[in-house]
Design a protein around this ligand. Structure first.
Ligand SMILES: [Ca+2]
Ligand SMILES: [Ca+2]
Length: 383
């Protein structure tokens, strides 16, 4: 071994030891639920990723601070859950945007297995400082590690992000990498952007976690400069494809005897990818069909019956359903035709009208008969 190479290895070893000791000193104050101190620990593997660098995404709004390759991974010495997040600062003109996808890379060899569970959280932070708090915007919970050494891709269903300032994208390891010696948070250490934060709660983080965590700082401040392999992809403007509502009013057609009742069934469905709030149904012609439904989860349906009492005129009725997906209003409508027919008593008057119409025939017949009789009398006199 040449002397310069041996010297480099020695320096690297000394740096590693000093980083590790520094980290223990910084994080040693946090205490886990079992009373054991919680510390961060550099991945024992310490190896460069074997995987080729991941390609840079080309979405209109690209929230990326990593270079595509992870050189290490972070876990807790005593095991457990923690939050790791990237602080992104989109261009002001990018707001508002729709966050369509979150990507997280997990590595092989760090104690992480496919199908283990993570939760994803999105926060807004106008003042650019996560340490004094940030506002929770949306959650994508119960998703799993899809593959190792490539980015797991998580569609959000459309998260409306209004800005201004920063957008934070966070990960919590719910079952992935929670045992001692496991390292769920892969990190790119090629060139730190000083935008990757880590937080400890002295136990499992709440759902959603409140920021800041009791122990909270950039991963750099814990002695590990680098960038989490956590990305967000979106497009400027509202989440048009994200929030959607459908309404059906049935039956489509019905016939009602004048003075009778028209019965309807109205079904409202959240057909989009995010929870709808302030969901209402407005039915101008039949106020009895108005409804304040409130919150409607993804895929959820609300069905109810309503009645228009004493219908006397035919009409086309329209039910309009509306709601909010984040800040985005959505609406839909459906028509129902009600045809009123006269009651049975009215048909009797029709018969009467027909009888009146026969009078001219009877009159005509009488005239013919009288004239005919006159002709016969004259013929008899002339005979
Ligand atoms: Ca790298
Ligand atoms: Ca803040």
């Amino acid at each position: 071994m040449t002397k310069p190479r041996a010297l480099i290895i020695l320096i690297v070893c000394l740096l590693s030891v000093s980083l590790f000791v520094g980290l223990l000193a910084r994080a040693g104050t946090a205490v886990a639920q079992d009373g054991q101190p919680v510390v961060l620990e550099l991945s024992a593997s310490g190896r460069d990723s074997d995987a080729p660098p991941a390609a840079m995404p080309e979405a209109p709004v690209n929230l990326v601070v990593d270079d595509g390759s992870a050189e290490n991974a972070i876990g807790l010495t005593a095991g457990g859950q923690f939050i790791w997040l990237n602080r992104f600062t989109p261009a002001p003109a990018d707001y508002p945007f729709c966050l369509n996808e979150i990507q997280v890379l997990f590595r092989s060899g760090d104690g992480i297995n496919v199908s283990e569970v993570v939760d994803l959280y999105v926060y807004g932070d106008a003042d650019g400082n996560p340490a004094n708090g940030a506002t929770h915007i949306a959650s994508v919970t119960g998703v799993t590690v899809q593959a190792l050494d490539v980015f797991s891709v998580y569609p959000t269903g459309g998260i409306a992000v209004s800005g201004p300032g920063d957008t934070l994208v966070a990960v919590v390891n719910r079952t992935a990498g929670t045992d001692p010696g496991e390292f769920p948070a892969a990190i790119d250490q090629t060139a730190t952007q000083m935008r990757s934060w880590v937080g400890l709660y002295g136990g499992p983080p709440a759902d959603p976690p409140t920021l800041p965590a009791p122990t909270f700082g950039t991963i750099d401040s814990f002695g590990f400069p680098g960038n989490w392999m956590v990305r967000g992809l979106g497009e400027t403007g509202a989440c048009l494809g994200g929030a959607a509502i459908a309404v059906s009013k049935s039956p489509d057609t019905q016939t009602v005897v004048s003075g009778g009742n028209a019965n309807f069934t109205i079904t409202v469905t959240n057909t989009g990818g995010i929870t709808l709030t302030n969901v209402t149904v407005t039915d101008t012609l039949v106020p009895a069909c108005n409804s304040a439904i409130g919150t409607l989860g993804v895929g959820a349906t609300n069905t109810y019956n309503c009645t228009d009492v004493g219908v006397t005129n035919s009409y086309t009725n329209t039910a309009v359903a509306g709601g909010l997906g984040g800040q985005t209003p959505v609406s839909a409508s459906d028509d129902a035709l009600v045809t009123v027919v006269p009651p049975t008593s009215v048909s009797l008057s029709d018969f009467g009208a027909t009888r009146v119409a026969l009078w001219p025939l009877w009159l005509g017949g009488l005239v013919v008969a009288v004239l005919g009789a006159g002709v016969l009398l004259r013929r008899r006199r002339t005979v």
